[in-house]
Design a protein around this ligand. Sequence first.
Ligand code: 5GP
Ligand code: MG
Length: 180
Amino acid sequence: MALRVLFSAAEVQKRVEELAGQLASDFVDTELIVVGILNGAAPFMMDLLRLLPTGLALRVQYDFVDATSYCGRESRGTVELSRELSVDVTSRSVLLVDGIVDSGRTLDTVVTALQKWAPAEIRTCTLLDKPSRRQVAVPIDYRGFEIDDLFVVGYGMDLDGAFRGLRHVAVVESSSEDAE
Ligand code: 5GP
Ligand code: MG
């Protein structure tokens, strides 16, 4: 197995800065609640929050939900929500953040779960999007990069728990030796 850099740490940071700028202009005077999907969204969401201008940063609240669907490189197909929100999102604007959208099931499940609290709106944000893998149509309002059907790690994304701490995004490539 080998790792090939797909987006360098500098490329990731530049794009996150751009997304934070977009959020700053879209959520002027909004009491925004940012909700991250554990564990993958954490580094991306924290960087996004730290790049918000003071005016919005003063008002923002954040929380996490936990949704798990993957085992190794394969989706198990069903998504379970195993952590509920601790902030009240009723009548508030929610920005739901994940690191990557693949089939769309995770994001769709969490959007549906949050709707029962009747937020004013739910917008979605992902660093990486694999549109060719989509099974469930879920709107994405803020997107860092579109990528092909590749399995990536780093910047929150893992392979069986490893590689989440990388500052860049890499593609996992299996070498011929892996089969031996
Ligand atoms: P979906 O539910 O959209 O199929 O997948 C979303 C979740 O699957 C993400 O939150 C992430 O945990 C995982 N996932 C999807 N694609 C990848 C990938 O290429 N690499 C890693 N590490 N996780 C992925
Ligand atoms: Mg995840």
